[in-house]
Design a protein around this ligand. Structure first.
Ligand SMILES: C[C@H](O)[C@H](O)[C@H]1CNC2=NC(N)=NC(=O)C2=N1
Length: 98
């Protein structure tokens, strides 16, 4: 089955489930900023996300400075959000420990 873009209602519903994620202004994408004790913890988190991302062929856009990681998720293939973004955001929330 081909990947489906989430409807506006599905998007809204997903956002109520995804704590601390919000829509990006002017773009169909979601974002979250995470902070850690130090760079080591931030990079350890990024490594775990990278392994998940490659396994599922769904990769984050992200920006890291020391202990802060800003993550943006979107599905290029549908030019918007898909279930893959919801699953990756859920995974990120599950492994995040400040
Ligand atoms: C060819 C490859 O499967 C695609 O380009 C994958 C790779 N990783 C991806 N990551 C994200 N975030 N969105 C995509 O649509 C996507 N597509």
């Amino acid at each position: 089955m081909t990947l489906q873009k989430l409807t506006a209602q599905e998007q809204a519903e997903a956002l109520t489930q995804l704590q601390d994620w919000s829509l990006v202004d002017g773009r169909e994408a979601i974002k979250r900023t995470l902070t850690f004790k130090d760079f080591n913890a931030a990079f350890g988190f990024m490594t775990r996300v990278a392994l998940y991302a490659d396994k599922h062929d769904h990769h984050p856009e992200w920006f890291n400075v020391y202990n802060r990681v800003e993550v943006t998720l979107a599905t290029h293939d549908v030019q918007g959000l898909s279930i893959r973004d919801v699953k990756l955001a859920t995974f990120i929330n599950e492994i995040y420990h400040q």
